[in-house]
Write a protein that binds this ligand. Structure first.
Ligand code: PMP
Length: 426
């Protein structure tokens, strides 16, 4: 069909084409999505991020208020008065930028404070944390800097793109998502061949919203002498009694070799961090290119994070409210017959399977005033397309009901509920 013909696949086999020809093929694919009304990405938002957001829809001249499920600002801290004030105060005191990378003049008192605070947040000493300018570079730097070309990085297939990028200078093996037997096979085969083996997993996975079986994976890494790195970008502020994520849930905060994370989700700003033993962290500070050759976070960014980290402990009701919303929305979608997979977090997928139908569902939801993210290949496998949503503590029941009604309406139009959708069950 048309969708298959104009698929992203054409773009993957372009050896021998020149740069402009490649761009043309890719543009044709985007034009095809656009002609169907399915290119609802990079839309311009004209209000701050939150559960209601003004968006300029394609072909429209005025922004419209939509109920948004596209923000990872899980606790709503980007709009919290104390967080905003902290950023304003930092600008007034320090100005707008840091002026250099941390090694050569861009390392300020507020960076030092946040390093100590985030290390303390994970119950480690103050020298156990390094900051990066994004969560993406926290991951890529960790693997790139610590694993050399004779070493082996082993990933769950569901890890974030930044982990995959980090592995480009070392040997890589992957295992199917959360498949412990396959992981054990990889570890067993690698045991003699590689001195350094690093298993990298997410705490909460960004597309399915499910969690890693952390205790079992830790046991396997110990058994086969591998290091364990956990990126819990989506677990912090959501999972665990006090929001320390999947490691807290499993009671393993001090057991893993490295924890990586981001300040762009619960912590309402931008930036990333790595937590580990001080000697490893010091090595990263003086060896990782992403830290040495890239400017440090701005005063406003960092001040907002410092305040958000405090708020998580000072105002635990936001997490409680988020979980109320998660339960309510999951229940609502399930009773409509939607397939929400194995989610255990604030990320809620509605699995549809067919990419064209998923694009159409996204378009129809927008028509009903609901902003979600249709996720298709290459972000997920070809037959596993879904509508992906993130819940926030600040969604109201009325907003969640509006979304549930919209899902029921879309289902009546094109059939997206479990029994009707073309689901890939594997
Ligand atoms: N890890 C995971 C699991 C993510 O989902 C993301 C981004 N959404 C990142 C890392 C990268 O974080 P950042 O946005 O801070 O670059």
């Amino acid at each position: 069909n048309d969708f298959e013909r104009a698929s992203f696949k054409d773009f993957e086999n372009m050896e021998g084409y020149n740069m402009y020809a490649r761009a043309e093929v890719f543009n044709n694919y985007l034009n095809f999505l656009d002609s169907r009304g399915h290119l609802n990405y990079r839309m311009v938002c004209t209000s701050g991020c939150g559960p209601e957001i003004n968006v300029l829809l394609p072909g429209k001249t005025r922004p419209e208020p939509l109920v948004g499920f596209v923000s990872n600002d899980y606790l709503g801290f980007t709009q919290h008065p104390k967080v905003k004030q902290a950023a304003i105060d930092a600008v007034l005191e320090y100005g707008t930028g840091s002026g250099a990378s941390p090694a050569i003049g861009g390392h300020f008192l507020f960076h030092q404070q946040l390093e100590g605070d985030i290390a303390g947040f994970f119950q480690r000493d103050k020298d156990s944390a390094i900051l990066y300018t994004t969560g993406y570079t926290s991951n890529s730097a960790t693997i790139q800097c610590l694993m050399k070309k004779e070493d082996l990085a082993i990933y769950d297939m569901g890890v974030h793109a930044s982990v995959q990028e980090g592995g480009q200078l070392t040997n890589v093996k992957t295992f199917p998502h959360n498949d412990l037997d396959k992981l054990e096979n990889v570890l067993k085969n690698a045991q003699q061949a590689y001195r350094n083996k690093m298993v990298v997993i997410d705490g909460v996975y960004s597309q399915d919203g499910d969690m890693a079986p952390l205790d079992k994976i830790l046991a396997l890494t110990k058994k086969y002498g591998a290091y364990l790195v956990v990126d819990d970008a989506h677990g912090i502020g959501v999972i665990g009694k006090t929001g320390r994520g999947v490691l807290e849930l499993y009671g393993l905060l001090d057991e893993v070799d490295l924890i990586t994370g981001t300040f762009s989700k619960t912590f309402a700003s931008i930036g990333g961090y790595v937590i580990g033993r001080p000697e490893l962290i010091r090595l990263l500070k003086f060896q990782s290119r992403q830290h040495l050759f890239s400017a440090a976070g701005t005063p406003a960014d960092i001040a907002a994070v410092i305040q958000s980290v405090r708020l998580l402990d000072e105002e635990p009701h936001w997490m409680a409210k988020l979980w109320g919303n998660i339960r309510y929305f999951r229940q609502g979608l399930t009773s409509l017959g939607m397939n929400i997979g194995t989610t255990e977090s604030a990320i809620i997928p509605v699995k549809i399977g067919d990419p064209a139908k998923t694009g159409e569902a996204g378009r129809l939801l927008l028509e009903q005033g609901i902003y979600t993210n249709p996720i298709i290949y290459p972000a997920v496998s070809r037959k596993d397309a879904r509508i992906r949503m993130s819940l926030m503590a600040t969604h109201t029941e009325e907003q969640l009901d509006k979304a549930l009604n919209a899902f029921a309406w879309v289902d009546s139009r094109i059939g997206i509920a479990h029994q009707r959708a073309n689901i890939n069950e594997q």
